[in-house]
Ligand binder design. Structure first.
Ligand SMILES: Nc1ncnc2c1ncn2[C@@H]1O[C@H](COP(=O)(O)OP(=O)(O)OP(=O)(O)O)[C@@H](O)[C@H]1O
Ligand SMILES: [Mg+2]
Length: 556
C-alpha cells in the first residue's frame, strides 16, 4: 500500500470467481478509496483485524462453507463502538436455499447491504462511500472513547493520589490533635496543681506562724508549770497537737514548694541503706524489702532529711497497698536526660529513686488525683492525703520530678528524679549541736506579727537574753542607726515594706560584724544567693532557738 493509500479508506474485496474482484477494485479505486483484494475467506478474516472501512463480499464466496461461521464469530466479537459495514453481492438466483441463506445473513450480519449483480458502477460506488463514511464515524467514536478513557484513568489516578495525600495529612492531623490534647491535659493538670500550691502555700504559711505562737507559749508555760503532773499532761497534749499541726503545715509547705530546704550533695545509696531498718519497721513483717542500686551512683542535690520523709511516705503508701504482704523494691539508677517536657525536666544528669510495690495499684481516676493535697482513699483518720503531695513538692523544689505508674492489680511504681550534684556527697550530719547556755546577749527581734513577736521574745527572755522587739525592718534600721548596740539580730522574712532578707543585706553592708538569724517558714527567699544568712525554720521550739543562738554567739 502506498503512502497516499494509507489516508484513503480501505475496502476489502472477496470475490474469488471470475474477474469480479478486479472490476470492483477498479470502481472503488476510482471512487477515491483503497481496494484490497482477498484471495480467499481466510485471507479476508486475517485482514479484518486491520483498520478497514468496508468489506465487499460475493455471496458465493461464503455460501455453504464454514467460513460464514468464522466471519459471524468475528462480527459478534466486535467492541461496542464497532459495527463493520459489509456489502454482499448477490445473483439473480432465487432458489429457496439461497433465499434462506440471505435471510440468515441479514439477521446475523447487523450492518449489511445487498447489491445485486450485474452491478451499476454508481450504485456500488455510492453504497461503498456511504458505508465508508459510517465506518469513519465509528473510528472517530473509538478515538473519542479512548480519549475519554484515558482522561478517566488519569482522573482516577489523580483522585487516588489526592486521596492518599489527604489520608496521610489527615492521619498527621489526628496525631497532632491527640498530642496537643495530651499536652493540654498535662498543662491543665500542672496549672491545677500550681493553683492548689499557691492556695495551700498561703494558708500553710499563715498557719505556721500561728503555730509558732502556740508552740512558743506552750514551751514557756511547760517550763514555768514545773513538776505539776496534772497540768504537765495537759500541756504535753497541747504541745503534741501543735507539733502535729506543724508537721501538717510542713507537708503543705513542701507541696507548695515553699519549705526551707537544706540542700546538700547527698549519697542516695547510703541514705537508703541507713533507712532500711526504719522502713522495715514501718512496713511490717509481711512485706519483703529489696534494695537494688547501680554500681556507679552519683551524689544528688537534695535536702536529705526531707528525702527521708519522702521515702518513708512512699514506703507507707506501698505498705497500705499490700495489706496481706508483698515485695517493696527500692531501685536506684542514674539517667542522662536530653530534656523531657512530659516530666518538665531540662536536659541533664539525674538519679532516679524508684519505689515499687506489688500491691493493689490504682485506677486511672485515683492515679490522676493521687498527688493532690488531701486526696486520700484511706479511711477517715488513716490518711491525710498529703504524703504524695509532699513528695511531689520536694521533687519539684529540688529541680527534679515525680511520676507515678500504676494500674489496678499490677502494683505501683513511684519514680523520683533528682538532679545529680556537681560536687561529691557530704557526710550526713548525725549529731545535732546541743543547746549550750550562752551568756546574756542583747538581741534585736523583728517580726511584723505582734503575736509571734510576743511569744518569741518571751522564749528569748526565758533563755536569759535582753530583747528589744520591733515590728518592721525600718524600725530596726532606725534603732541601729541611732546607736543601738545589739549582739544579735533575729528577723522574720516576709514583712511588708522591707523583707528580712533585704534588712540582712543592708546590715551586712553597714555592720558586717552583727550576727543575723533569719526566722522563716518560707522558702524562695529572694536574694538568698547574694547573702547567705543562717536560717531558722518556723515554728521553732525554745531548744532550736537556743541551738541557733549558740551557733552564732559561740564564744560568749
Ligand atoms: N503505692 C500505692 N498503691 C496504691 N495506691 C496508692 C499508692 N500510693 C498512693 N496511693 C493512692 O493515692 C492516695 C494519696 O496518697 P497520699 O500518700 O498522698 O495520701 P494517703 O496515703 O492517703 O495519706 P497520707 O500519706 O497523708 O497519710 C492514697 O490514698 C491511695 O489511694
Ligand atoms: Mg501516703
Amino acid at each position: 500500500m502506498s503512502e497516499a493509500d494509507k489516508s484513503r479508506g480501505i475496502v476489502l474485496i472477496l470475490a474469488p470467481i471470475g474477474r469480479d474482484a478486479t472490476a470492483i477494485a477498479g470502481l472503488i479505486d476510482r471512487a477515491g478509496l483503497c481496494p484490497v483484494i482477498c484471495k480467499n475467506p481466510q485471507d479476508l478474516i486475517e485482514n479484518l483485524d486491520r483498520v478497514i472501512e468496508v468489506v465487499v463480499v460475493a455471496e458465493e464466496a461464503i455460501y455453504g462453507s464454514n467460513n460464514l461461521h468464522v466471519l459471524e464469530g468475528w462480527v459478534a466479537r466486535q467492541p461496542p463502538w464497532s459495527d463493520q459495514p459489509f456489502i454482499v453481492l448477490t445473483h439473480k438466483n432465487e432458489s429457496p436455499k439461497l433465499s434462506a441463506f440471505r435471510r440468515e445473513l441479514v439477521i446475523r450480519r447487523r450492518n449489511g447491504a445487498f447489491l445485486e449483480r450485474p452491478l451499476q458502477a454508481m450504485t456500488l460506488q455510492s453504497t461503498v462511500l456511504s458505508a465508508e463514511r459510517a465506518r469513519k464515524r465509528q473510528y472517530e467514536a473509538r478515538a473519542y472513547l479512548e480519549a475519554q478513557r484515558g482522561a478517566a484513568v488519569k482522573l482516577e489516578q489523580l483522585v487516588s493520589e489526592r486521596t492518599a495525600d489527604l489520608e496521610s495529612a489527615n492521619s498527621k492531623l489526628q496525631e497532632e490533635i491527640a498530642s496537643r490534647e495530651r499536652a493540654q491535659a498535662a498543662l491543665l493538670q500542672a496549672q491545677k496543681i500550681e493553683a492548689l500550691g499557691q492556695l495551700v502555700g498561703g494558708v500553710a504559711h499563715d498557719f505556721n506562724n500561728l503555730l509558732m505562737a502556740v508552740i512558743g507559749n506552750l514551751d514557756l508555760l511547760s517550763k514555768r508549770m514545773g513538776q505539776d503532773s496534772r497540768f504537765g499532761r495537759l500541756l504535753d497534749g497541747a504541745m503534741e497537737g501543735a507539733r502535729r499541726g506543724a508537721t501538717l503545715t510542713q507537708r503543705l509547705l513542701a507541696f507548695a514548694r515553699k519549705q526551707e530546704l537544706q540542700t546538700q550533695a547527698t549519697d542516695l545509696r547510703a541514705l537508703v541503706e541507713d533507712m532500711r531498718d526504719l522502713i522495715s519497721r514501718s512496713v511490717g513483717p509481711l512485706v519483703r524489702i529489696e534494695i537494688e542500686t547501680d554500681q556507679e551512683l552519683p551524689a544528688v542535690t537534695v535536702d536529705p532529711h526531707q528525702l527521708e520523709m519522702a521515702l518513708l511516705n512512699l514506703a507507707v503508701n506501698a505498705r497500705d497497698a499490700m495489706p496481706s504482704g508483698g515485695v517493696l523494691t527500692i531501685r536506684l539508677t542514674s539517667q542522662v536526660l536530653v530534656g523531657d517536657p512530659q516530666l518538665g525536666l531540662p536536659a541533664g544528669h539525674y538519679a532516679v529513686l524508684a519505689v515499687m510495690d506489688t500491691g493493689e495499684g490504682m485506677d486511672t481516676e485515683t492515679l490522676a488525683k493521687a498527688v493532690e493535697p488531701f486526696f486520700s482513699t484511706k479511711a477517715v483518720g488513716k490518711g491525710t492525703g498529703l504524703g504524695l503531695s509532699m513528695v511531689f513538692g520536694l521533687a519539684k523544689q529540688s529541680g527534679g520530678a515525680l511520676r507515678l505508674e500504676s494500674s489496678p492489680g499490677a502494683g505501683t511504681t513511684a519514680r523520683l528524679w533528682l538532679p545529680v550534684a556537681a560536687e561529691p556527697a557530704e557526710d550526713l550530719e548525725k549529731t545535732p549541736i546541743l543547746a549550750q547556755n550562752t551568756a546574756r546577749a542583747k538581741i534585736l527581734f523583728v517580726d511584723d506579727d505582734p503575736l509571734i513577736a510576743g511569744s518569741s521574745v518571751a522564749l528569748l527572755e526565758d533563755l536569759g537574753h535582753e530583747v528589744t522587739e520591733v515590728h518592721s525592718a525600718r524600725e530596726a534600721l532606725q534603732l541601729l542607726d541611732g546607736g543601738f548596740l545589739a549582739d544579735l539580730l533575729i528577723t522574720d522574712h516576709a514583712m511588708p515594706g522591707m523583707t528580712g532578707m533585704e534588712l540582712a543585706d543592708e546590715i551586712r553592708r553597714t555592720r558586717p560584724h552583727l550576727p543575723i538569724l533569719l526566722a522563716t517558714g518560707y522558702a524562695e527567699v529572694e536574694g538568698s544567693e547574694v547573702v547567705a544568712v543562717p536560717r531558722l525554720a518556723k515554728p521553732y521550739t525554745q531548744e532550736q532557738l537556743a541551738i541557733e543562738i549558740a551557733r552564732l554567739l559561740p564564744k560568749r
